[in-house]
Design a protein around this ligand. Structure first.
Ligand code: NDP
Length: 497
């Protein structure tokens, strides 16, 4: 007799991880579960492959990544269909997600040599007889652990940066999206068939934990704050460095001179796309009093048109439905009003768009990550109050500001790693911008120059080119030479400016 399965809930059967569509329950993927020995073997193979991958140099690796990028573009519909099946997100959303991943792969390929290539440093008067060199060396093997909500974009950011820096990668996809993860690894192997430069290991959370303890040289984790702490704890045992991309509770501020209609459109997109299952999704809006009513009316009109099952897919992780229901119920029980959706919004496997106003600032819907298509809108007196409220949560991932005269100034005051001005989420699609948070949203960066440096360790080399004018780093120095050093120091650094 076959047990009844919840659509979307992955299960393990005879050592095989089976993922299913959250919309229909149809099987999406069937991948062998890796035990600790298999994880260790993958890391060993990655280490063996690493010398060859490094020997290709920046140009050789760039050529491979550009070919992989082209393959991703050529087969983007296939990738989007698989992502739709495994996560439930609309195919169009999967294509948009893939396009951002493709941009980052291209950007890392084209910029790694500039950012990580050998450079000489400027010689200064002290130790002027030395030349300085900096080289950026790959760590070796990087473990990438990814979530299910953006199963293409979230692993490809760190993976393309790590690969271009010269590392090999062992990737643990979420148990909800192993088929998408394996698809990415298989297509990479079509372009790089010689050695296992990018591998996947599948299974539940314990496989991620095994990867942290496998001797990898760095871990790039994307997922919840709670799991990020476990990853950091496991990595602490071996002082394995980590980059942690964790949860968020992003706010949008609407200032008095904002284009209200554009702000409403972006608020609805930023909060409801991917059914709100977006780490940088807008979950709160603070609108200043003069535009509040117009803004709320525009959001209600736009969100009210969205259709569950068409614009919004199901909630990928069935367990999240209870959290979303709890946040909505709690908001309503404490004086909040639903202008769209509300008490009956949770309709498994999905959630109807929900717009809440008058929700107390200390309620779960305002303070905790909801990860559903819900939005709270709060009236504030001015931008100062908006900034104070936006910053009053422990998360600090992204944010957005709509306005004209002061929008960038307001953006700079947000306690967040990234802020979009007059748009939402846009920073994640720009190859040149670093991505990452502060506070409970984690630390370290992927994407951009900083994201490339995250996957390389700098090595400094000083090369002595001649005799020292002030030879003090020797036991053979004289008291007169120390006096001369003091004179030189006074000359160079003894004044205030
Ligand atoms: P989880 O933290 O539950 O899981 C993330 C990954 O970690 C999964 O592959 C998971 O495996 C694995 N894992 C679970 N337990 C352990 C462990 N003890 N040691 C190592 N790895 C482990 O996150 P979700 O997959 O539910 O993703 C949603 C979360 O991700 C949200 O909080 C969201 O905000 C955040 N996120 C952050 C982003 C960012 O860039 N800042 C981007 C996207 C999402 P398994 O699935 O098998 O349990």
């Amino acid at each position: 007799m076959t047990a009844t399965r919840t659509p979307g809930m992955p299960f393990v059967e005879d050592g095989v991880l089976v993922s299913t569509s959250p919309a229909t329950g149809a099987e999406a993927g069937r991948l062998p579960v890796a035990d600790a020995a298999a994880v260790a073997a993958a890391v060993r193979h990655a280490r063996d492959a690493s010398a060859w991958w490094q020997s290709l140099g920046f140009d050789g690796r760039k050529a491979r990544l550009l070919r992989w990028r082209a393959l991703l573009v050529q087969r983007i519909e296939e990738l989007a269909e698989l992502t739709h099946l495994e996560t439930g997100k609309p195919v169009a959303d999967a294509i948009v997600e893939a396009s951002a991943a493709i941009e980052h792969t291209d950007w890392a390929a084209r910029n790694a040599k500039r950012v990580l290539g050998h450079r000489r440093t400027r010689t200064r008067l002290l130790l002027a007889e030395h030349a300085g060199h900096v080289e950026y060396l790959p760590y070796g093997v990087v473990g990438v652990i990814g979530p299910w909500n953006y199963p293409i974009l979230t692993p490809l950011g760190p993976t393309s940066g790590a690969l271009m820096a010269g590392n090999t990668v062992v990737f643990k996809p979420s148990e909800y999206t192993p088929a998408v993860g394996q698809w990415l690894v298989d297509t990479f192997a079509e372009i790089v068939p010689e050695h296992p430069v990018l591998q996947a290991v599948h299974g539940l959370g314990d496989v991620g934990a095994a990867l942290c303890r496998s001797g990898v040289d760095k871990v790039a984790f994307t997922g919840s704050t709670a799991t990020a702490k476990k990853v950091m704890g496991a990595c602490a045992e071996s002082l394995t460095p980590v980059v942690l991309e964790a949860g968020g509770k992003d706010a949008l501020i609407v200032d008095a001179d904002a284009d209200v209609n554009a702000a409403a459109e972006a608020a609805v997109w930023g909060s409801m796309t991917n059914s709100g299952q977006t780490c940088i999704g807008i979950e709160r809006v603070y609108a200043v009093e003069p535009v509040y009513d117009r803004f709320v009316a525009a959001v209600v009109e736009k969100a009210g048109k969205l259709k569950l099952g068409e614009d919004l897919g199901p909630i990928t992780m069935p367990g999240q439905l209870d959290i979303i229901r709890r946040h909505i119920d709690d908001a309503l029980a404490h004086g909040g009003k639903a202008l769209v959706g509300g008490a009956n919004a949770v309709q498994p496997p999905g959630v109807a768009p929900t717009v809440l106003v008058d929700v107390p600032e200390d309620s779960a819907a305002v303070r905790e990550e909801t990860f559903g298509p819900t939005l709270t809108i709060t009236k504030v007196a001015d931008a100062d109050e908006a900034v104070a409220k936006a910053n009053a949560v422990p998360y600090g991932l992204g944010g957005a500001v709509f306005g004209k005269a002061n929008a960038v100034r307001i953006a700079r005051r947000l306690h967040a790693g990234m802020v979009a001005v007059n748009s939402t989420l846009s920073f994640v699609g720009m190859g040149s911008l670093p991505f990452g948070g502060v506070g409970d949203s984690g630390f370290g960066r992927i994407h951009g120059d900083d994201g490339l440096r995250e996957f390389a360790r700098p090595r400094a080399i000083s090369v002595r080119r001649g005799p020292s004018p002030v030879p003090v780093m020797t036991f053979e120095r004289s008291p007169a030479q120390i006096s001369r050093l003091v004179k030189v120091l006074r000359l160079l650094y003894g004044r205030d400016s």
